[in-house]
Write a protein that binds this ligand. Structure first.
Ligand code: G3P
Ligand code: MG
Length: 239
């Protein structure tokens, strides 16, 4: 089965990583979504990509970590997308989880660089356990130490190795990093046949980000990827 992830929800139709964005992806019958988690000043998990709020509301120049959840819930981030979404705020991870059908695959990316959120791994795992939602989840991060902490807490949790740069022989790194990985998530720019084949030899799925063009998507499927992350989930139709 090809894993097609709606990246930050359906972000061309609604503000990224918000409830409307995930609702749109679910309406389009996406089989999988990707979201990013961070912590507020008072330790709540919120779903947001940037570590600062400025891109979503210029009146709030601070970092996510500098605001309490109560403060975050007062900040309109929908208007920066369009007036239709005025009043939309960031959501907690629990709020997003509540609208996700049990069979929807969720890739949770721990955003832990450059701000490091002490204890985010335990909070995430505890939340998933509390909501009986350990199935159909992949946890990924560019912070591979965060993945190690998740592995210590839930040894069989599917882990995704996020790679930004093309490091030399990343499959060798993957073998020796001490993680029980399920997948590698490379930047699409360097996802070639050698990369795919080497990771397949290790038994890992290859899930590049971000693929927004249908022709590119089809080419990658022919090369053998196991799925992609897309800002434009419409490319998945009819393939
Ligand atoms: O997980 C794929 C992708 O989300 C990684 O990059 O910066 O969009 O979170 P970014
Ligand atoms: Mg992400």
């Amino acid at each position: 089965m090809i894993l097609n992830f709606a990246h930050r929800g359906s972000l061309t139709e609604a503000p990224e990583n918000t409830l409307p964005s995930f609702q749109k992806a679910i309406e389009h019958r996406a089989s999988a979504i990707e979201l990013d988690v961070q912590l507020t000043k008072d330790g709540h998990m919120v779903v947001v990509h940037d570590q600062k709020l400025a891109r979503f509301n210029k009146q709030y120049p601070g970092f996510i970590k500098d605001y309490t959840l109560a403060e975050i819930k007062q900040i309109d981030i929908g208007s920066s997308f369009s007036s239709e979404f005025r009043g939309v705020t960031l959501s907690t991870f629990e709020e997003v989880l509540a609208i996700c059908p049990p069979d929807l695959i969720i890739n949770i990316e721990i955003k832990n660089i450059p701000v490091i959120y002490e204890g985010i791994e335990r909070k995430l795992v505890d939340c998933l356990k509390e909501h009986n939602r350990l199935d159909n989840v992949i946890i990924s991060s560019f912070d591979h130490l965060a993945l190690k902490k998740v592995q210590q807490l839930v040894p069989n949790m599917p882990l995704g190795l996020l790679l930004y740069y093309r490091i030399l022989k990343p499959w060798e790194y993957a073998k020796h990093c001490g993680l029980q990985l399920a997948s590698v998530h490379p930047h699409v720019a360097y996802t070639d046949k050698e990369f795919i084949d080497e990771f397949h030899h290790l038994g890992l799925k290859v899930l590049p980000y971000t693929v927004n063009d249908k022709a590119k998507y089809q080419k990658l499927i022919e090369l053998g990827v196991d799925g992609v992350f897309s800002n434009n989930p419409q490319i998945f139709a009819g393939v």
